[in-house]
Design a protein around this ligand. Sequence first.
Ligand SMILES: [Zn+2]
Length: 414
Amino acid sequence: MTKKIIKNGLLIDGNGGEAQKNAIVVTDETRIIYVGPEANYTATGEETVVDAQGGTILPGMIDTHVHMMMEFSPIAQRLETPFSYKFYQAAKYLETTLHAGVTSVRDALGTDLGVKKAIEEGLIAGPRLQLSINALTITGGHGDGYTVSGNVVDLLQSDYPGMPNGKCDGVEEVRKRTREMLRAGAEVIKVHATGGVLSATDHPEFTQFSLEELKVVVEEASFRKGVKVMAHAQGAEGIKNAVKAGVHSIEHGIFLDDESIELMKSNGTYLVPTLLAPVAVLETADEVGMPDSAVEKSKEVIEYHKASFTKAYESGVKIAMGTDAGVFKHGTNLRELGLMADGGMSPMETIVASTKSAATCLGWEDKVGTIELDKLADIIIVKGNPLEDIYSLADNDTVQVVIKNGKVEKNTLA
Ligand SMILES: [Zn+2]
């Protein structure tokens, strides 16, 4: 009863090899129990058939940079939003993301352990979450909402139960904040190693945190098995500091120079490009009340950003798909694949970056990211062949079936 046979589709398993015709996938309650030719599987008769109707069967997509608790909105609207309302909004964002074909995400700040538990226990629908809780940021840095008026307008509220404040300066404060994030349930530590586009009082090229401070973050994280550090890093100096300190992934990586690329390659550091972020910021600036400073900075950096991505890709830096969804509308995540293709990747490479490589970036390669025996049954079916039109994935209607953990979460084919 709980077994499913997924058939009649082109299979792209996430490993980057050739797509397979005539392969079927069989799942039990939660896992993949068979992948291969239909002729070699003996059906027991208890299976439900999911007919892909000539579409393409893929692993559930993984976005390694999202903010599930926010969607950028005008400041007046944010000021009038009751605190608890944000959790109900987030339930919507989570469902939208899952229905877009994204079955796992790494949350780059703002989501607490209760949200993850609510998904795991089936209270709400959403992708599997890897949490950073809140980001570490210096006073006056990318995550400090202080404005020159003296008012503090954080993008997301912190200092509520389960969401510690991330502001810290100096080695000992940094150590303590890292420990507080871990105590609150962080599975990855997020740190802001440079300024950014959205922060009013700094610039993407400003270096934030010293090398010593960053090393302490990495050291504290390493005391917990499997916990890595992801660094928002846009300017070259901050990128290099973060890589030298041993962070696992560089987020955005706007101003990559040759030296930082070499360092990333020798340290095995991932690049999470978030190419969609500046594109979407510019597209929706008026609608969401994006501050002028953010619009100006997006325009200023967008071409450097694209060029850095291409250079990193051509040099062989490891790349994991990530978008920064939440800075713009949730559910548009798979547009990123088209942008990566524009930057030089083949369609198959963009799929691998969004499945196997993204899973490896999260340390979850044993359980998700590919359609293989014993992996969790995170599988999507899309209309047509994305290898022929990678941009088609940007339209959520293309994603017809979403299965997470063996459970059908969306099915427009039935
Ligand atoms: Zn972000």
